[in-house]
Write a protein that binds this ligand. Structure first.
Ligand SMILES: [Ca+2]
Ligand SMILES: [Ca+2]
Length: 173
């Protein structure tokens, strides 16, 4: 609280873990930096609607020292401090956060299926299977990292082979 930002989520340790996970999922080589291209892809995947010019401006703003790369810290600060970007990139956080009402950054698969049924979805074998597939480390939970990785893959922004870092970034807490 005490934050001027009139926005919603504020879960999973004051939203920061969401942002850190987003960064780590896109940082497929695990060096703690995103290239401008990766950063742009991440914003687009999160729903920051295709405005490349704006993305470039944002990059220049947040990127004081390095020319071509941003750190996790820069990412977290930039997104948290820019309400427009925050709101425009929040769709996946909000969807996930609605399921994650215990604020752990992961949701039991059984709970996801139950919720979906309650919401009126027909959770048939196919749907059930695709939920199982999101849980790549097979711990019975869908973490935000897994959820996001699935989304990035479906957009073609990370490949299957690139996924190790994203899976490793899955929270243990
Ligand atoms: Ca990297
Ligand atoms: Ca899992």
């Amino acid at each position: 609280m005490g934050n001027a930002m009139p926005k919603k989520l504020r879960g999973w340790d004051s939203d920061e873990r969401y942002l850190e996970t987003e960064f780590d999922t896109m940082d497929t080589d695990g060096d703690g930096l995103l290239s401008t291209g990766e950063f742009t892809k991440l914003l687009l995947a999160l729903g920051f609607g295709g405005d490349e010019e704006k993305t470039e401006m944002l990059l220049k703003e947040m990127n004081k020292e390095r020319e071509e790369k941003i750190s996790q810290d820069e990412y977290v600060r930039a997104i948290k401090s820019n309400e427009e970007i925050w709101v425009k990139t929040s769709k996946l956080r909000v969807i996930f956060g609605n399921f994650d009402d215990t604020n752990e950054g992961k949701v039991p698969k059984t709970k996801i299926k139950r919720r979906l049924r309650m919401m009126g979805f027909d959770v048939d074998d196919d749907m059930s299977k695709s939920i199982d597939e999101i849980d790549t480390d097979k711990d019975g939970y869908v973490s935000y990292a897994e959820f996001l990785t699935k989304h990035l893959k479906s957009k073609g922004f990370v490949s299957q082979a690139d996924n190790t870092a994203g899976a490793l970034a899955t929270e243990e807490s």
